[in-house]
Structures are given as C-alpha cells and as structure tokens.
Design a protein around this ligand. Structure first.
Ligand SMILES: Cc1cc2nc3c(=O)[nH]c(=O)nc-3n(C[C@H](O)[C@H](O)[C@H](O)COP(=O)(O)O)c2cc1C
Length: 265
C-alpha cells in the first residue's frame, strides 16, 4: 500500500479519539429507515468523511517512464487496459463520455468501451439519447478512464462518427442477452421522461422475452460510434504525488503521426 492510501489521523476508520462513530455512520448507508440522516449527515461529518477518504491502490504503483513510452498512444492504452483488467479493477472497460450540444453545455455519463484500434475508440448507444443528439449537433467528445488499482487515468479527445448500420447491428449481436434486452427496451426512448416505474418494468419484461425469442433482433436506434483521437493523455500516479503526465497530440509530420510531450501534473 502506498503512503497516499493510508488513513491519516482523524480519518474515519483510523480510530482517532472523537470519531469512533464514523465507521458506524458510514455502515448505515442505504438503511434509510433506521437512520436519522439529518443527525449523522451534518456538513462537518461529511467534510470529515471526505478528508478521510483515500484512493485504494492495488499495491505498489507502477512507474511511467516517459522515455520508454511508445511513439503512438494505442499500444500504451491497450497495455494499461490489460493491466487494469488484471489488477482486479472492477470495471476496467468503462469510461466517462463527455459531449456537448449546440448550446455548448457539457454532459457526461459512463459507457462501455467496445473496442480500441487504428480507427479509434468504440462505444455503443442509442442515436436518439441525449448523448446521441448532442453528438449529432457537435461530433466531438472526450473520454476518461480512471483505474485506481494501478493509479492511472487516460483522457482521449477527438471527432466522433457513426460506424454505420451493419456494424452497429453486429455490435448489438455481440453483446449479452441482458444487454440486448436493455437495448430493445430503450430503443428510441433512452433519456426520455418515463411515465412510471411500472411502465419500465413492463417494457423490460417484454424486452427480456423478445431477446430470448429473437437473439438476432435489432434496435434501430442502437449505434456504434467511433472516436478518432487527436489527443490522448496518460496520467500515472506516484506515491508522493510526483505524478507523470504524457500527452500525445496528432502530428502528421512526426514519425508514427504523433507528438509526445510531458505536462506538469
Ligand atoms: C457501468 C455503466 C456502464 C454503462 N454503459 C453504457 C453503454 O455502454 N451504453 C449506454 O448507452 N449507456 C450505458 N450506461 C448508461 C449511461 O451512463 C447513461 O445513463 C445512459 O446512456 C443515458 O445517457 P444520456 O441520457 O446522457 O444519453 C452505463 C452506465 C453504467 C453505470
């Protein structure tokens, strides 16, 4: 465990005088009937909780030697994703996707990575969702991965395009039955206001049945998107916070087509 993860005196769970209830308080999260939330959730106790939280790494942090970084970002990204997956990271293949519509106001959400290759970073969603509509208005996005076990973050920015109907259908066919059912249920209505919870339950029951009956069913709004990166940044945490940032920017004149530079952390 690195120094950055250790509890400091006074942190919940550190056993310091005066905070002996802190662990009990956090233990009751989710049990709303049993807890007077106003009593435990004062601003002060919340601040104390935040100050005591630490990123839980999975052991000694790896080192990013900028001189050893490859000429292009893709091999490094794939290596880091493999290492995140191998480090017990619970969701190594999920990322934040940030988009903005015509009004320029950003929005973000978690999506799954469906591929990363010479074409770019792939993800699937409904064209009719909020993010789909924003991408239609402004075809640029930013992706962010955070892998706490290895103390790493990757940010990717660039232009986004639709992969086309055939590839989008193949993307959906390649997913699990539950993912297909969710896509069928959400087709054309993801991000819309839902009338009631019962409506959701009914729609999903019908979609589960259909996905079982018709494993090749398609959801017309399901779209595979590809982000073509023009910037990829790798961030490696260091125990004493002398973090290392390596940024790649597309530069056709450079060998490999990318310029690599260090950034202040
Ligand atoms: C772990 C996780 C993975 C997700 N993966 C996807 C995904 O691959 N595609 C998708 O459309 N939504 C996915 N979602 C749901 C999105 O975060 C989001 O709620 C939904 O797509 C609607 O977003 P929008 O209203 O901004 O368009 C995922 C959510 C979580 C928590």
């Amino acid at each position: 465990m690195s120094g950055a993860e250790e509890n400091e005196p006074g942190a919940p769970g550190a056993g310091a005088a005066g905070d002996s209830d802190a662990v009990g308080e956090t233990d009751t999260v989710g049990d709303s009937d049993a807890v007077d939330t106003d009593a435990v959730d004062s601003d002060a106790s919340f601040q104390e909780l935040l100050r005591g939280l630490r990123v839980r790494h999975g052991g000694e942090l790896p080192v990013l030697d900028p001189d050893m970084a490859p000429d292009a970002p893709l091999p490094l990204f794939r290596r880091w994703l493999r290492e995140a997956a191998g480090s017990d990271e619970p969701a190594a293949h999920t990322m934040m996707l940030a988009t903005a519509g015509a009004d320029g106001r950003p929005s973000q959400r978690t999506v799954m990575l469906h591929g990363a290759d010479a074409r770019g970073w792939h993800f699937g969603t409904h064209r009719t969702s909020r993010k789909g509509r924003e991408l239609a208005e402004r075809p640029y996005a930013s992706l962010a991965f955070h892998w706490p076990r290895t103390g790493r973050q990757v940010r990717i920015g660039g232009r986004v395009h639709e992969a086309g109907a055939e590839e989008s259908a193949a993307d959906l066919r390649g997913r699990s039955p539950a993912a297909l059912a969710a896509a069928l249920a959400g087709a054309g209505r993801q991000s819309e206001v839902l009338g009631s919870y019962q409506e959701l339950v009914r729609a999903f029951e019908a979609a589960y049945e259909r996905a079982e009956r018709e494993p090749d069913a398609t959801a017309p709004s399901w779209t595979l998107y590809v982000l073509e990166p023009d910037e990829v940044e790798f961030y490696q945490e260091e125990a004493r916070r002398r973090h290392v940032r390596v940024r790649y920017r597309r530069a056709p004149e450079e060998p490999g087509g990318w310029r690599r530079e260090l950034l202040w952390p």
